[in-house]
Design a protein around this ligand. Structure first.
Ligand code: SF4
Ligand code: SF4
Length: 189
């Protein structure tokens, strides 16, 4: 559904006088500031169960990311342990950061039941911009944006993940799979 911004909003005299609105904004910001600054006290004194502050004590506490969140891209792994990827290369082409590298496997007719699969599938997270283009381009539901963003490292070379490191069981990706089906079904390609 299209959303239109109403640009014809008329302000009241009070709003046009400017200063009261500034003071209102300052009051709101200050209230949040002091609430966050001292909001932990009742929690530590044991009088309240809820800390009433919005900061999270990471890494002891973790944030539950919304399903639309784009963390590191991962490869879906079928129940037989094989990647769902057919090495078509569409994600590699769609990637604006050129951080995906795929080498298709050759099927001599006896390796496995799959006609096509990636022998090599690397993603360099040091270069990835988490745009989600790879997920959108994939015709096989084989690559998905996960909610994992804890990939910082001291050595950039270790941020190059291989196929084995990228695989995540398809059962663990069900929510994201449903989300992408709903999301991409809306676009008129
Ligand atoms: S999320 Fe974007 S930058 Fe990262 S691998 Fe996918 S297409 Fe490339
Ligand atoms: S992940 Fe998807 S788009 Fe990328 S090569 Fe595999 S099947 Fe093709």
């Amino acid at each position: 559904m299209a959303y239109y911004v109403n640009r014809n909003i008329s302000m009241t005299w009070w709003e046009r006088s400017y200063i009261p609105e500034i003071l209102k904004g300052l009051w709101l910001t200050s209230r949040r500031f002091f609430r966050n600054l001292f909001g932990f006290l009742p929690f530590f004194l044991g009088t309240k169960k809820d800390r009433r502050i919005f900061t999270v004590y990471y890494p002891e506490e973790q944030v539950q990311y919304p399903i639309a969140y784009r963390g590191r891209p991962v490869l879906a792994q079928n129940e037989d342990g094989q990647p769902a990827c057919v090495a078509c290369g569409l994600c590699e082409i769609a990637c604006p950061a050129y951080c995906i590298h795929i080498e298709p496997g050759e099927n001599s007719g006896k390796q496995n039941q799959y006609e096509r699969w990636p022998d090599v599938f690397n993603i360099d997270y040091a270069v990835c911009i988490f745009c989600g283009n790879c997920e959108e381009a994939c015709p096989e539901e084989a690559i998905f944006m996960s909610d994992d963003c804890e990939i910082s490292m001291l050595d950039r070379k270790k941020m190059l993940y291989t196929k084995e490191q990228l695989l995540v069981p398809v059962a663990d990706l069900q929510k994201r799979i449903e989300f992408t089906r709903n999301m991409y079904a809306k676009w008129n390609y």
